[in-house]
Design a protein around this ligand. Sequence first.
Ligand SMILES: CC(=O)[C@@H](O)[C@H](O)COP(=O)(O)O
Ligand SMILES: NCC(=O)COP(=O)(O)O
Length: 248
Amino acid sequence: MTTSNRILLGVNIDHVATLRQARGTRYPDPVKAALDAEEAGADGITVHLREDRRHIQERDVLLLKDVLQTRMNFEMGVTEEMMAFAERIRPAHICLVPETRQELTTEGGLDVAGQEARIKAAVERLSKIGSEVSLFIDADERQIEASKRVGAPAIELHTGRYADAQTPSEVAEELQRIVDGVAVGLAQGLIVNAGHGLHYHNVEAVAAIKGINELNIGHALVAHALFVGFKGAVAEMKALILAAAAKA
Ligand SMILES: CC(=O)[C@@H](O)[C@H](O)COP(=O)(O)O
Ligand SMILES: NCC(=O)COP(=O)(O)O
């Protein structure tokens, strides 16, 4: 089991694109946000090219591919269209996520256990282009073990339920679910990332879980950037997670 306190910050820039798409303008440019994030200490840049193109567009992904100094984590649904696009851009990391048109945001984890053959085929196909494939799943032992069986080297635990928890006991219960999930993932030899709904006020407890490789954070950073600028928002988050991991 990894016991190192090293933790990485993946900055998700989707919601810079949400603001742009709201008016159909050329600004704000998520590519500029990515470069600013890198300057402020981001270890990687995450983008989710949704089937409905509500925020990130192909143009963003293609430009990022050329200009990123760090690495791209490309989130995608398991569809033929996305598989073909990923084969074209060959991102360093690919995270397979569940997607439905009506959802406001990604509501739950990918059901790997319920569709092992399909996910295994996708992992095999995407691994051939040299990408490290991770599966965005709930912190559920069954899903983590299935992720190992389908050959994914990495998982990203969905922290949305923890972020949405209201009472202290719910928060503690959801945090424990993530702590347990990390332990199961590490015991399976998986790289364990986490993300979704993480904010300045709830991130430290997750960053303090030993063995987590990377946190992917977007919405809270973009919101805070309105008041302190994108570089400031990223630098603040990075300092917070590094301090939390160092104290653990
Ligand atoms: C897969 C995931 O965790 C999502 O957070 C996504 O990356 C953000 O985009 P949405 O807000 O459109 O769900
Ligand atoms: N995979 C989670 C992610 O990239 C960021 O999610 P959020 O911070 O925008 O909720």
